[in-house]
Design a protein around this ligand. Structure first.
Ligand SMILES: Cc1cc2nc3c(=O)[nH]c(=O)nc-3n(C[C@H](O)[C@H](O)[C@H](O)COP(=O)(O)OP(=O)(O)OC[C@H]3O[C@@H](n4cnc5c(N)ncnc54)[C@H](O)[C@@H]3O)c2cc1C
Length: 425
């Protein structure tokens, strides 16, 4: 029995790889010429032509020893390094305040009031609540860690991951939180999961799909699925790009809105629920500057959203992955807009530089700039997400399933773990 997987992003590739290991015959159709979806490393030489690169999506993957992602990297023989625990800040009250690398060290941080810190320490003693009904993300964090964390720390962290206001989201936006709570408390769950480190493959994140693609002989790129129809005996006909396949099993490893379009004629309930899952677009401004301490040796900073006016934060890819830029240049990646209203001044490069200088006054002008627009790039699991996912999955006909970060969680590790759990179920 051949399984046809539509979509060769990380969700589709990891699923194909796992099924193939279990002896299944798989074919993957990927619309773009290169597989990987958002996981893609693009060359970006400096003005002298010296090599460097930038990421289309993720800068790295959070990996805990022994986790599904750890096993995958090992199986693929993927050489990867962690930049370590560099400094990071939250921009608040006009100042960059250091974020401690361990939760306990938050006790000594200026990010929160003393009462907020004391409340946070009560977390292990807060009763575990049932998963139902679905809770808002800010409400969940306020319940477990207190309003101080929910109001002073969470918004910037969430803007940095999902480019959306924490108060609009469901707790399902960050599925790890519920998994940790189920262990008894967030602190306990985190401890049990082992300490994660950000891992970056040598050559950039694009090496992950490249290694997977090389091991999946049934991968077809430049092939977009255009339609699906039901055949007799639970089989499906799929067509696109002049090709037609008839299969028993069809996996849609696609963003919800793409899956909705294909499912419309055969599974209207699923299509409607998937079409209701919003996605966020984000502007990414990559720039190179003369290195400046301490920023050059850091992960970067996130801005408390009410103060950012659409400037969400700046990462330092040249620290995260030193091959990004020649060693005499510091590379920044600024996240703009997302689901936040953006100040008009940020639409111009000079406006972005002015905001950068308001947080880092000594930062020099960029010697090189490249703007990218990530359209409908990040699922936005607003409250009610759980019901939408359940309706989407519940309406799927036999032989069809949907696999995506909008189902399993926002990061590459969530997708890898989600696929593993889905296969076990
Ligand atoms: C700017 C940005 C930064 C990020 N940073 C991080 C990070 O630091 N760490 C982290 O872990 N995660 C990060 N992520 C999230 C991570 O990239 C995603 O969770 C992951 O890549 C999603 O993979 P996917 O396969 O589910 O979806 P996608 O990557 O969207 O893949 C879907 C694939 O389906 C293909 N497709 C669409 N329609 C069709 C069709 N009709 N037929 C065939 N193929 C089709 C598309 O071309 C695409 O390749 C980031 C994402 C973005 C956008």
């Amino acid at each position: 029995m051949t399984t046809l997987i539509l979509g060769g992003g990380i969700s589709g590739l990891v699923t194909a790889w796992e099924l193939q290991k279990r002896g299944a015959e798989v074919e993957v159709w990927e619309a773009q010429e290169t597989a990987g979806g958002w996981v893609h490393t693009m060359p970006w030489p400096d003005p002298q032509g010296r090599p460097g690169h930038l990421e289309r999506g993720p800068q790295g993957v959070l990996i805990a020893p022994g986790s599904a992602a750890d096993r995958l990297f090992k199986e693929l023989d993927l050489e990867a390094k962690s930049p370590g625990h560099g400094a990071r800040w939250v921009g608040k009250g006009g100042l960059l305040l250091p974020v401690p690398s361990a939760p306990v060290a938050l006790l000594f941080s200026r990010l929160m009031s003393v009462s907020a810190k004391l409340r946070m320490m009560m977390e292990p003693f807060i009763k575990v609540r049932s998963k139902e009904p679905e809770e808002g993300l800010s409400a969940f964090v306020a319940r477990r860690l207190g309003r101080g964390v929910a109001e002073d720390l969470l918004p910037a962290m969430v803007a940095g991951i999902l480019a959306a206001p924490a108060e609009s989201l469901s707790v399902d936006a960050l599925p790890k939180l519920l998994q940790w709570e189920a262990a008894g408390s967030l602190f306990q769950g985190m401890r049990q999961g082992g300490r994660s480190a950000l891992m970056v493959p040598k050559g950039g994140m694009g090496m992950l799909p490249k290694k997977l693609a090389a091991r999946i002989p049934g991968l077809r790129t430049g092939l977009r699925a255009e339609g699906i129809e039901a055949l007799d005996a639970g089989r499906w006909r799929v067509w696109g790009g002049g090709e037609v396949r008839e299969v028993d099993r069809l996996l849609l490893a696609l963003p919800a809105f793409e899956a909705a379009t294909l499912l419309g004629p055969i599974a209207p309930q699923s299509a409607e629920a998937l079409g209701d899952i919003p996605y966020t677009s984000v502007r990414l401004r990559n720039s190179r500057h003369a290195p400046l301490a301490p920023l050059k040796d850091s992960f970067g900073f996130l801005v408390h959203p009410p103060e950012g006016h659409g400037f969400l934060g700046a990462l330092v890819p040249s620290w995260i992955d030193p091959d990004s830029a020649p060693s005499d240049l510091m590379q920044l990646r600024v996240f703009l807009g997302g689901a936040f209203e953006m100040d008009r001044s940020l639409s111009e490069s000079a406006g972005v530089q002015r905001v950068l200088n308001s947080w880092v006054p000594e930062l020099g002008e960029a010697v090189q700039i490249r703007e990218e627009f990530a359209e409908r790039a990040i699922p936005r699991p607003v409250l009610g997400h759980r019901a939408r996912v359940e309706a989407a999955l519940g309406g799927l006909p036999k032989g069809i399933d949907w696999i995506s970060n909008a189902r399993f969680g926002p990061g590459v590790r969530d997708v890898i773990e989600g696929v593993e759990g889905w296969l076990k179920a």
